[in-house]
Design a protein around this ligand. Structure first.
Ligand SMILES: Cc1ncc(COP(=O)(O)O)c(C=O)c1O
Length: 396
């Protein structure tokens, strides 16, 4: 059996049009990296760019770089590089701060926009915890109540009391893809606003923010966008909401005249309203450089390969791993699957440690989930086959 699947992997890799992109990344011989849904791999050209940023732009130009090296305008410029990857138009995405901070900005702004009569914020109960914590605080601050519901229950719970809904596009633990078009339409039909967390979908699948009229979205850049550890997040504000975007964090960087040093806050226009304070330029410029790997890459091609990879990994797991030792918690239906496969298994923490020792790097989420992230720009079918074979060797 293993020979058949190994041959199939080789044929799939040979036919894979994205395979040459692998050479754009720093990868280690003999290591299968399936944790790009946590921290993306390093694009090879980024260190040279960072050397230039540090030695020349910082070292020699110093303060002049805010203007001459484009530091001041980096948040909007890099937002425009991310925009096509998430189906957003130019001028609607700004980069900066963490996802957690952007969830706060987006959710409070959404609640303020929804108006006084609406007193509930619905939040995805299986959300990455930070979103839930921030939503709870946003509810307290704005005098609303929070209701945590399974994503499948959200549409039925919408009503005239709903102000805003915060949902994860892809669930970080199970890899389930939620129905962004359908839920956003239902949220709008109820007169509420939709805030989507794209951390586990941007760079892995088409999102279509503008096509589906999403109100606000946030996401990180260190996973599928390969921006590096702690690289800044982004905030999307729908074009026709921007003039009413009332940020709860009105810092000087979003002022209409930041260097006027005026005591009264007057917001600037467009995506700039999402800015707060001085941007973390080094991380931001590493991200900008990392985004070069997307030049000429259609997100649809990434999605097609991602589904083929996760299908093939599941096929190999089914063939190799002793029956009953693992079960997939990731939906089988393509329409409900992100770009990872999560397997529940007894002693998952120990199993993942042993798997990493064997050169297959995924991660473990309590209590019993092994997560395997498939990043189509640098993971191939032979990697998927090897990961399943090593898992089988451990569990057999
Ligand atoms: C879905 C989701 N939301 C939010 C976060 C938190 O992001 P940050 O630590 O950048 O605030 C993460 C981090 O992994 C995440 O996976």
């Amino acid at each position: 059996m293993s020979e058949v699947l190994a041959k199939k992997a080789a044929a799939l890799d040979a036919a894979d049009e994205l395979a040459p992109h692998r050479d754009l990344f720093t990868l280690d011989e003999g290591v299968v990296y399936l944790d790009g849904n946590s921290l993306g791999a390093l694009p090879r050209h980024v260190p040279a760019r960072m050397q230039d940023v540090i030695a020349r732009e910082w070292g020699h130009l110093r303060i002049r770089s805010w203007e001459e090296s484009g530091w001041w305008t980096a948040p909007e410029r890099i937002g425009d590089r991310i925009a096509p990857l998430i189906g957003a138009g130019p001028g609607t995405v700004v980069v900066g701060d963490s996802t957690s901070v952007n969830v706060f900005k987006a959710l409070v702004a959404a609640v303020r926009m929804a108006g006084e009569g609406r007193d509930e914020i619905l939040v995805d109960a299986s959300t990455f915890p930070t979103d839930g914590y921030v939503a709870e605080s946003a509810a307290r601050m704005t005098g609303r109540q929070i209701r945590a519901l399974a994503p499948a229950e959200i549409v039925a719970a919408l009503g005239p009391r709903t102000a805003a809904v915060l949902v994860n596009h892809v669930d970080y633990r199970s890899g389930r893809l939620n129905d962004l078009p359908g839920m956003t339409a239902a949220i709008h039909a109820a007169g509420a606003l939709a805030v989507w967390d794209l951390c586990h979908s941007a760079g892995a699948l088409p999102v279509g923010l503008a096509a589906y009229d999403v109100d606000f979205a946030v996401g990180c850049t260190y996973k599928y966008l390969n921006g590096g550890p702690g690289s800044p997040a982004y905030l999307y504000v729908r074009a026709d909401h921007q003039a009413r975007f009332d940020t709860p964090l009105p810092g000087w960087n979003s002022h209409e005249d930041p260097f006027g040093m005026r005591p009264a806050y007057v917001p600037g226009d467009g995506a700039t309203r999402g800015r707060v304070g001085t941007p973390d330029i080094l991380s931001m410029l590493a991200l900008e450089s990392a985004l070069d790997v997307w030049d000429g890459v259609p997100v649809e091609a990434v999605r097609a390969k991602s589904l083929a990879l996760t299908d093939f990994f599941l096929e190999c797991v089914e063939a190799y791993v002793p029956a009953g030792s693992v079960s997939s918690v990731t939906p089988a239906a393509h329409a409900e699957r992100g770009s990872q496969v999560s397997l529940s298994c007894e002693g998952a923490g120990e199993v993942m440690r042993a798997l990493i020792d064997r050169g297959v790097v995924g991660d473990f989420r309590r209590p019993d989930v092994l997560r395997f992230g498939f990043t189509p720009l640098y993971v191939g079918f032979a990697d998927a086959e090897r990961a399943a074979a090593e898992l089988a060797a451990l569990l057999g």
